[in-house]
Design a protein around this ligand. Structure first.
Ligand SMILES: [Zn+2]
Length: 69
């Protein structure tokens, strides 16, 4: 099994689990989503936009902090 934590590049909060070819996103109220790549998530803690492109590269790309209304 190949699992990797996907954490916010700014505050380190866990955004989801990268598992094989999918991103498993978990939310506080029990919602869960499994999505493909590329995956983009806004940190629920600090609103930083995080993006993950390719699981095989194990590089998690972070972008600039973005304000979300
Ligand atoms: Zn964050």
């Amino acid at each position: 099994m190949n699992e990797q934590e996907w954490r916010c590049s700014h505050c380190g909060k866990l955004l989801g689990i990268i598992r094989d070819e999918r991103i498993h996103l978990k939310f506080a109220r029990g919602h869960e989503y499994i999505v493909g790549f590329p995956g983009i998530s806004v940190c629920r803690s600090c609103r930083t936009l995080n993006e993950v492109i390719d699981p095989s590269a194990t590089h998690i790309i972070s972008t600039q902090q973005t304000k979300v209304c």
